[in-house]
Design a binder for this molecule. Structure first.
Ligand code: BGC
Length: 719
């Protein structure tokens, strides 16, 4: 039931005022900064100063004092006393920066993921932020796309658990509570499937693929109580998501029962013109409002066209009122009509930002996000004594932000060098050819630098090589066609390898890179991603074995760009390859294996685990069990992964799908039995047509193991 005061407000508002309530603009338009003459920007958007008094939300005020000033001014000017909502991109922390989301997903530790959001929410709330544009739930199978760094990876089950915990961390039981913010999940839908990995490009997904792999993560966000949803830039079945009635009305509101607010992505209403489904802004506004879009972000077609559309009977005012009510209810649910500043408090904000507790939380999440990809001859963990070499552009760099770093500040970040020196003061570290991020891009001749590095590192047998992609090459609008390390970095690794060094390569990146050559030349490979403030400390924890690595890949690493898309839960094809040598009219490449270099779920520990005894332990409750033993002499954490394959069904089913995972600590020599209960939800799938999942009886393969390519299995008939 809508509260009477909200209905009354809507009754009193003019159509243009309502349209303004449904418009979101950046702070530039609010005349806050004395040095900015707003008349120019306002004119460009065909707005006047009167409109600004009625705008419903602001995009991106990351400053508590500034937000207080803005809200105060707005409340003085808005005749109805309607407060502004402040929405920001807090993606992996606000001031205390956590690992990029893809890295956090690699922790497979959902409590760690939740904690990161608790910290981000606390810092955001005191900063005057009400809504965070996070988490992103887009399934990603193409590392050429720069935004894979923001996603929880390629898997629907892991991604769903990830967004649930992010939402639980941000919103708690109720985003109205202190130190909580509301969540706007994004990008509905399928944005991660941009063709060729080129950002903003066409998406073409069959409905079955959309329903099986992509939609469930957004649905998980709805079930977790997210108060807002953002549409994606792309088309779904040739209709841009922002004006897609099927997606927004039938699926989101109809099937899923979502009653929150839907916002467009930045300028996306305007972009439906370029998509070619609206002739002009008026048609774009008409289609958006008819599809059920509530807030238009950064274009102003609602503001300029809705009144004309209603007058011409081309838009329904009752439908517009519905959106206004939703926005006002969101403000009310966040408590803004009672206290329009909510937690905004410049002093508290200073106190909590980057406080030691938050930094400690960031360090813990960061070390859990690191993935050990190779470790021959136990070259890791390192001894804290002796001499070691340290080279590469990331060795001393504090530029390890990745994309969307909010208010993270470079000087507050711990570099690898600093982390190593703090953790091992007695270790002699000889550094060479460090610090130049330009080396992460091609260009320039590094022969002399490499020669000098070799000379300087002469006394070291073992060298840490900190390489990767430039941090500004990851994130939105950062698509690439090559995922190789720059030629400069490859030359360095080659020279070290030819000089007979034991190479431990540490990769800083926001996406899976092509690491076949690195793998071949290195004794150990560590995937560091972009880890946040505590990067260097977290890496030192893992490299010295103070923390036994437990990260597992949330996204497959291709051998080469030519293999993309390469993901684990694929269909089988009619001519599957039986072995790598099998090239006889089967589905394969002549010049590459089909399998990725490092598969989904993969990651090493300093401990070793063995699986045995997988069986149907209880027929009644359909519980399967497996034994996992730590067969090494160090304690460790194993992520037990359960996969299912439906062997024959009315539609082709993936060769395996992750259905459950559990992290278990096992002391040296310890053995534990783990269980999974088979549920209808795990076994059912979307049939050829229709929106309801169905179970079909038959043979199912149940698999358990360390990663998607290392599994023990049994086959059982289920009815
Ligand atoms: C991105 C969104 C983001 C928005 C607001 C867009 O360009 O696609 O993910 O939330 O900008 O900053």
């Amino acid at each position: 039931m809508t509260k009477p005061f909200i209905l009354d407000l809507v009754k009193r508002m003019s159509l243009r005022e309502k349209a303004a309530q449904l418009t979101q603009l950046t702070p530039l338009y609010f005349g806050l900064d004395d040095d900015v003459d707003v008349t120019g920007p306002l004119g460009e958007k065909k707005l006047n100063a009167e409109d600004i008094k009625h705008i419903g939300s602001v995009l991106g005020v990351y400053d508590a004092a500034k937000f207080m000033k803005l809200q105060r001014k707005h409340l003085q000017e808005n005749p109805y006393g309607i407060p502004l909502l402040n929405m920001c991109d807090v993606t992996h922390g606000l001031r205390t920066i956590f690992p990029i989301p893809l890295a956090m997903a690699c922790s497979w530790d959902m409590e760690a993921v939740r904690q990161s959001a608790v910290v981000a929410a606390r810092e955001s709330a005191y900063m005057g932020i009400h809504i965070t544009y996070s988490p992103m739930g887009d399934v990603v199978r193409d590392p050429r796309w720069g935004r894979v760094m923001e996603s929880p990876g390629e898997d629907t089950h892991l991604g769903s658990r990830f967004v649930e915990q992010m939402i639980a961390g941000y919103q708690g039981d109720d985003p109205r509570q202190p130190e909580r913010v509301g969540v706007c999940f994004k990008h509905l839908a399928g944005y991660g499937a941009a063709e060729g990995g080129r950002d903003y490009n066409t998406v073409d997904l069959s409905r079955g693929v959309l329903r099986e792999y992509h939609l469930p993560i957004y649905y998980a966000a709805v079930c977790a109580g997210a108060v807002m949803a953002m549409t994606s830039f792309n088309t779904i079945e040739r209709v841009p998501a922002t004006v897609n009635r099927w997606l927004l009305r039938d699926v989101l509101r109809g099937e899923w029962g979502f009653d929150g607010v839907v916002v467009s992505d930045f300028n996306a209403v305007d972009e439906v013109i370029a998509h070619g489904v609206a002739a002009d802004g008026r048609e774009a506004a008409a289609k958006s409002v008819a599809a059920g879009l509530d807030i238009e972000m950064m274009s102003t077609h609602y503001l300029n066209e809705l009144d004309k559309l209603v007058a011409a009977n081309q838009a329904d005012e009752a439908r517009i009122d519905e959106s206004v009510i939703r926005v006002l209810e969101l403000k009310d649910n966040l408590g803004l009509f009672d206290n329009p500043y909510k937690d905004c408090d410049p002093i508290k904000s200073e106190e909590v930002n980057l406080c030691p507790t938050h930094r400690q939380a960031a360090r813990e999440v960061a070390r859990k996000s690191i993935v050990l990809l190779k470790n021959d001859d136990g070259v890791l963990p390192l001894s804290k004594r002796g001499t070691i070499g340290l080279v590469g552009p990331f060795a001393e760099s504090t530029k390890v932000l990745g994309g969307w770093w909010a208010l993270g500040q470079e000087e507050e970040w711990v570099s690898l060098n600093e982390g190593l020196r703090k953790a091992a003061p007695r270790l002699e570290i000889l550094a060479a050819m460090t610090g130049e991020l330009a080396r992460t891009r091609n260009g320039g001749d590094v022969a002399d630098e490499v020669a000098y590095a070799l000379y300087k590192l002469h006394p070291c047998d073992t060298v840490l090589v900190a390489v990767g992609e430039h941090p500004e090459d990851t994130g939105e609008a950062c698509s690439k066609t090559s995922l190789q390390l720059s030629s400069n970095q490859r030359k360095l690794i080659q020279a070290l390898s030819e000089a007979g060094k034991k190479i431990i390569t540490i990769i800083f990146s926001g996406r899976p890179l092509e690491l076949a050559e690195v793998h071949a030349r290195s004794h150990a490979v560590v995937q560091a991603w972009f880890l946040g403030n505590e990067s260097g400390n977290a890496l030192a924890d893992v490299l010295f074995g103070d923390y036994n690595p437990s990260g597992r890949l949330a996204m497959s690493f291709p051998r080469s760009v030519g293999q993309i898309p390469v993901y684990y839960n694929r269909l089988n094809t009619g001519r599957p390859q039986k072995s790598e040598a099998d090239h006889d009219f089967v589905s394969c490449y002549l010049d590459s294996a089909n399998a990725p270099l490092y598969p989904f779920g993969y990651g090493l520990s300093y401990a070793r685990f063995e699986y045995s005894g997988l069986k149907l332990a209880d027929e009644q409750s359909l519980t399967v069990a497996v034994q996992v033993e730590n067969i090494s002499d160090v304690d460790g954490i194993e992520t037990v992964q359960w996969y299912i394959r439906d062997i024959a069904a009315s539609v082709s089913r993936p060769v395996k799908e992750l259905k459950h995972f559990e992290q278990v600590s096992l002391s040296a020599g310890e053995k534990k039995t783990l269980h999974m209960k088979l549920t209808n939800e795990m076994l059912a799938f979307y049939p050829e047509t229709g929106s309801e999942k169905a179970f079909e009886q038959g043979l199912f393969e149940i698999m358990a193991g360390s990663h998607s390519e290392s599994l023990t299995s049994i086959t059982i008939f289920l009815k």
